[in-house]
Ligand binder design. Structure first.
Ligand code: XMP
Length: 330
């Protein structure tokens, strides 16, 4: 619309003034904020921007390909995809504790990003070497990091301090915007609705949705179960509101439980893993209620996961509220 159009013109002008003929790198995660920041900065300075997309092997099904298709394929942005799955899974072997996993994933993320920034500089792909680090920081992040911190329940993986470590100046074009404004901006920039209205996804990804030790086998099972759940949520419309259940929930995902239970399939006994489904409604993610999904939807998702994902023979639905439970299981 007109208002967003002139906002974009203004933002583009500001970015051009700030950056001049220098170069920018940005860590693309596939999340809403970094995606919108990338699209906006790309609109302003084209290939003076290089995006680095670190695939830690703990992303959702086809997520890496979708990010590449959008940014490299459709927008023709410079995107370096780093396949770091083996590195991350290697360092996570034998680690069970959630906060220990978060620290490893967050730390490796920074290491890989720094290494890529150095490589880009050496290769001349970011021709003179980037002098700016762009981040998708939005207004609520600015307030949160300034405010008093309550007891830390979970250390959220953010890249604080990265610009100093890299010796780069910060470029944060979304700093004044609230989440819904960021989404509107994303749509106005031509990003697909499904990307801009996607549920939030934690930085450590499936690393905190596989309880205890993370293994590739578990991640592969979880990815498929999660994709079935999301597909069915999108496909099921609530007649009362006319909206589908993906849009009616704030966050929905599958969790991998590394315990085996007994089942029966055909004439045989199975002894396989369990998937828990979690879907919540919340406005601020500080408190949340479990979504009252229609029973037929839940049963269909359970049946599909058990039939289609060999290795899973039981599905449960988490009805806990936050508090006392949290949204993620770890
Ligand atoms: P909890 O589980 O604390 O989650 O109720 C609240 C919101 O935060 C997200 N979350 C994370 N996001 N890194 C992130 O970037 C993390 O380590 C992390 N842990 C939880 C969670 O997905 C929910 O949206």
């Amino acid at each position: 619309d007109w208002v967003m159009g002139s906002y974009i013109d203004e933002a583009v002008k500001k970015i051009r003034e700030q950056v001049g003929d220098e170069e920018v790198i940005l860590g693309l995660s596939g999340g809403v904020d970094s995606s919108v920041a990338a699209a906006l900065i790309h609109r302003a300075i084209g290939n003076q921007l290089t995006c680095v997309f670190v695939d830690h092997g703990l992303l959702r099904l086809n997520e890496g390909d979708m990010v590449m298709e959008m940014f490299a394929g459709k927008l023709h942005a410079n995107v370096v995809r780093v396949d770091a799955a083996d590195l991350f899974l290697g360092k996570l072997a034998g680690v069970n504790e959630p906060e220990a996993k978060r620290k490893i994933i967050g730390g490796l993320f920074v290491d890989v990003f720094k290494e890529e920034a150095a490589k880009l500089k050496a290769s001349g792909q970011a021709h003179k070497g980037a002098t700016f680090l762009a981040q998708g920081t939005i207004y609520p992040d600015v307030i949160e990091s300034g405010g008093k911190k309550a007891v830390t329940i979970k250390s959220h993986h953010n890249v604080g301090g990265l610009p100093e470590q890299l010796g780069l100046k910060l470029l944060e074009p979304l700093r004044d915007l609230f989440k819904d404004e960021v989404r509107e901006l994303g749509i106005a920039l031509g990003l697909p609705h499904a990307m801009v209205y996607r549920h939030p996804f934690p930085g450590p990804g499936l690393g905190v949705r596989i309880l205890g030790e993370v293994k590739k086998e578990y991640a592969d099972l979880l990815r498929r179960a999660d994709a079935i759940f999301i597909e069915e949520l999108r496909a099921t419309v609530d007649p009362e509101t006319g909206k589908n259940w993906y849009d009616l929930t704030s966050q929905a995902f599958a969790v991998f439980l590394p315990v085996k239970t007994v089942g029966v399939m055909g004439d045989g006994r199975t002894y396989d893993y369990v998937i828990a489904l979690r879907a919540v409604q919340t406005t601020d993610f500080m408190t949340a209620d479990s979504a009252e999904l229609p029973y037929p939807l839940l049963k269909k998702v359970a049946a599909r996961i058990i039939n289609e994902v060999r290795g899973i023979n039981r599905v449960t639905y988490d009805v806990s509220t936050k508090p006392p439970a949290t949204i993620e299981w770890e």
